[in-house]
Design a protein around this ligand. Structure first.
Ligand code: IMP
Length: 224
C-alpha cells in the first residue's frame, strides 16, 4: 500500500465517516497529497454503531470496521464536547446527548430519534446549562483519531478550548459549532468564523495534522 501511494505520489486513505462536514474539513486539512475516500465511495452506507465507553474505543470501532471490510489504509475520528459545568458531559455521548437528556427526564418520545440530530443536541445542551445560571461555561472539543496503516493502529489527539454561548449564532460548520466560542477568537462562535479558521485551530485539525506528519515521516523512512 505504501509503495502504491508512493508511486502515485498520493496517499490513498479512507476516512471512516458519513459526516460530510468532517470529510470536507479533512480534505482541506490534509491537502493535495492525499486521495481521500469515504465509505460511500466504496459502497458502504451503513451507520457504524459507536458502542465504546471512550473516544479512543469508538474511533477504533469505526476504523476497524472499514479496515475489516476493505483492507484499505484508513482512519476514523471520534469527538466529544466536554463542558466543565456539566462535569464533562456530553463527552463521549455528544452524538446522542438530546436522547440521553430526554431519557433522563423520563421523556421517551425522543428516544427513537437518530443520533447526530445537531439541533436537538444543541437544545439539550443549552437547556442543561440554563439550569445552572452563572456557571462557568468553559468547554473543549477533544478528538481521538485512529489510523490503521499497513494493518497497524496509531493514535493522534487534538483539543480545542472555548466556552458555550448563551444562544446559537452562525451557519458554518456542523454539530455544536453554532454554540462553541473558541478561546482563539473569543467573540464569535465557530459557525460564524470562516472554515479556514476551524481548519487551523480545531481539535480535528490538530489531530489530523499530527497524523499527516507521521505519514510523511513513515514515507520518508520507507524511501531510505
Ligand atoms: P462523532 O465524532 O461524529 O461521534 O461526534 C460526536 C458529536 O459531536 C456529533 O454530534 C458531532 O456532530 C459533534 N461534533 C463532532 N465534531 C464536531 C465539530 O468539529 N464541531 C461541532 N460538533 C462536532
Amino acid at each position: 500500500n505504501l509503495l502504491a501511494a508512493q508511486n502515485s505520489g498520493m496517499v490513498k486513505i479512507v476516512f471512516a465517516t458519513g459526516n460530510k462536514g468532517k470529510l470536507r474539513e479533512a480534505a482541506e486539512i490534509l491537502g493535495e497529497g492525499f486521495e481521500l475516500l469515504c465509505p460511500a465511495d466504496l459502497g458502504i452506507f451503513e451507520d457504524i454503531e459507536e458502542t465504546g465507553d471512550t473516544l479512543t474505543e469508538n474511533s477504533i470501532i469505526k476504523a476497524k470496521y472499514i479496515y475489516e471490510k476493505t483492507g484499505l489504509n484508513c482512519f476514523a475520528d471520534d469527538t466529544g464536547l466536554e463542558v466543565d459545568a456539566l462535569d464533562g458531559a456530553p463527552g463521549v455521548h455528544s452524538a446522542r446527548y438530546a436522547v440521553e437528556v430526554a431519557l433522563r427526564n423520563g421523556d421517551t418520545g425522543l428516544a427513537s430519534r437518530a443520533d447526530h440530530d445537531f439541533s436537538a443536541n444543541i437544545n439539550a445542551l443549552l437547556s442543561e446549562l440554563a439550569k445552572k445560571p452563572g456557571a462557568d461555561r468553559k468547554a473543549r472539543f477533544r478528538s481521538v483519531v485512529t489510523l490503521i496503516w499497513n494493518g497497524e493502529m496509531h493514535f493522534f489527539e487534538g483539543s480545542f478550548e472555548g466556552r458555550i454561548a448563551e444562544s446559537r449564532s452562525g451557519t458554518n460548520g456542523f454539530g455544536y459549532d453554532p454554540v462553541f466560542v473558541p478561546d482563539d477568537c473569543p467573540d464569535k462562535t465557530v459557525a460564524e468564523l470562516p472554515e479556514s479558521f476551524k481548519n487551523e485551530h480545531s481539535h480535528r485539525a490538530k489531530a489530523l495534522k499530527e497524523m499527516a506528519a507521521w505519514l510523511s515521516e513513515a514515507q520518508a523512512s520507507a524511501q531510505i
